[in-house]
Design a binder for this molecule. Sequence first.
Ligand code: C2E
Ligand code: MG
Ligand code: MG
Length: 708
Amino acid sequence: MTRKILIVDDIKENLLSLGALLESNDYSYISSSGGKEALKILSTQHGIIDLIIMDINMPEMDGFQTAKLIKDRPKTENIPIIFLTAGREDYAKKMSGFLDGSVDFIEKPIDDVVLLSRIAAFMKFKKAHDELLRLNKGLHKKILECERVEEKLALSSIVFENSIEGIVITDVEGNIELTNPAFLKTTGYEEKEILGENMRILKSGKQDKEFYQEFWGSICGEGHWEGEIWNKKKDGGIYLEYLSVMSIKNANGETLRYVGFFTDVTDRNEAERLLIHNALHDTLTGLPNRLAFNNAINDAIKKAEEDSQLMTIMCIGIDRFKKLNDTIGHGAGDELLKQVVKRFQIITPQSTIISRLGGSEFAFLFPEISHEDDAFALAHHILEEIKSPFKINGNDNYITASIGIGIFPNDGETSEILVKNCILTLNRVKEQGGNSFQLFNHVMNMKAVEMVNIERNLRKALVKDEIIVYYQPKVNIQTGKIVGAEALVRWVRPEEGMVSPAKFIPIAEESGLICLIGEWVLREACRQAVEWHKCGHEDFSIAVNLSSRQFQERDLVATVRSTLKETGLDPNKLELEITESIIMGDVESAIFTMKELSVMGAKLSIDDFGTGYSSLSYLKRFPINTLKVDRSFICDMTENIDDAAIATTIISMGRTLNLKVIAEGVETKAQMEFLKKHNCDEIQGFYFSKPLPANEFKELLDNGDFDT
Ligand code: C2E
Ligand code: MG
Ligand code: MG
């Protein structure tokens, strides 16, 4: 951008002649006809104006006034001004305000040579002035930089002194030159003891040669190393630090020093170790938990697969531990479990992995046992060893255990399946009385064979009259009168004797045979009831159980209707027992079926009430007549306050809903009296009678009322 001279004169001719003079001497210029206009130009173009030539006598604002304003403004104060005066009058006085060397004057008429030489002098001065300004600016910047460096140094020093990270600076040999308080605190040294010492003084001996090779390799190669390292304190104690070391190099890339930053992570490391340990271990026994055991099996599976090996897993449970635990107290129970674990560790092979699955159940992994026979021998040995007494608080405690055995890969190909199958087998052993072991495969095979057998025989049983119905009385609790009976199916096998419905009904359900059986029981029970009616027991009601499969059959309602018609039983004297789970499946269709049955006149009763999920709001929607309190609540009712509360709640709930309440499984006088006190309507149970064949039941009926 070209630099310019600003000329200010109210007389146009003067401006023109001055302009011509400047132009012919290679100066560019801007002209202005008065002070105000000059100020305006300066306000936007002050940056390119090097000099102002200004007339003093101007009408609006004279030269001095204008100059004063120019000199008052920081952006224009340094622009030199040459005044053009008509004479010398007042000159000294008026110029006194501007005597800073940047103002001059020339008398009119103007001598071109004088003016040009003054201009040249000012321009030279301006150049020097600008140069000075530039230098000054540079100097100022340098000073600022210095100040900033100083400030930075002060800050660094504060950080260095107060950092919670230990910091150490060494020379290239590793001799300590500088440390901060955190370093001294962690290592236990005083500054004067440690300065000049070599970093070797902190070596714990826990890292091997390879570690240091990698360490120096990284520092020399990448100029940096970071990681965990064990070091030694002044008192000999070792600590784990997270260290970051870097080399400090000069411009030529030569290493001058090393700086190390570290944090003592011993505590954190310990906490992490503990967390990991707790996530994978049982707190009572310290054994690996199920998660850790699964990991161990998965590792073993990988190895076994590589070597095409078999291996054995066992789940072992202490028989009836809950009862024992309640008897000896939980503290002693815990102690027993600990002793059991110790014994396990002694009697199992060295390579065994033992885990606590929870409660009194444990799992073993025997990576080296691949034969069924060896597994059986070992299981037998464990069961024998566990029988020796455990001394707790001076008392001998005797226990037995059950074992479920699984062999990889036959009994499961993943740890989850293997453990699940072993637990299944263990439960099966427990159900059969415990103190024994079984192989999963055998259990499953046996179960499958048993199912097929039962199903085949059940089909024949129907034809061969092996299926019969037993009757168990339902007694009015106030009067002691037998008001009805529940028809309970029995399977009498020629060789084996009586098979429990609990055993064959689930199989009959699965195969669909239940519908045939159910239909038969219904007909037989109705026929029997009509017979008893004829013998003078007109009020007698018969209750028949319906299975879920039967309940879902499309023609259930038709079957019931035709059976009633065929046998001539009054529908009011038939009660159908269904469980909560049956109706809670498809609620809407259940309500539909129940309504049809109820319209027909049959009564509906909810069996095993309290064990399902029925809510009050649902109960209101079902057309039911009776709630049958499940046996499990009755059995402990007089000892267990929770069970008592449930039983009494069901009774009072039944009352509010206008339902009859019957309690099943009543075995004692105490239970009977409790139920009577709480206004239960009817009871059924061994206290009065077991289920009986029809002829024996008839005798009971004829004998009259029970005492209640
Ligand atoms: P449920 O309907 O709850 O029948 C009551 C069961 O409790 C019967 O067992 C009965 O013998 C038993 N019981 C009665 N009083 C006492 C007592 O005081 N103490 C004890 N410990 N038990 C008592 P059961 O006859 O073995 O029948 C078991 C289940 O089999 C029945 O439970 C029922 O769900 C089913 N069931 C029986 N007969 C049939 C049937 O004809 N059809 C269908 N679908 N299921 C049936
Ligand atoms: Mg029943
Ligand atoms: Mg029941």
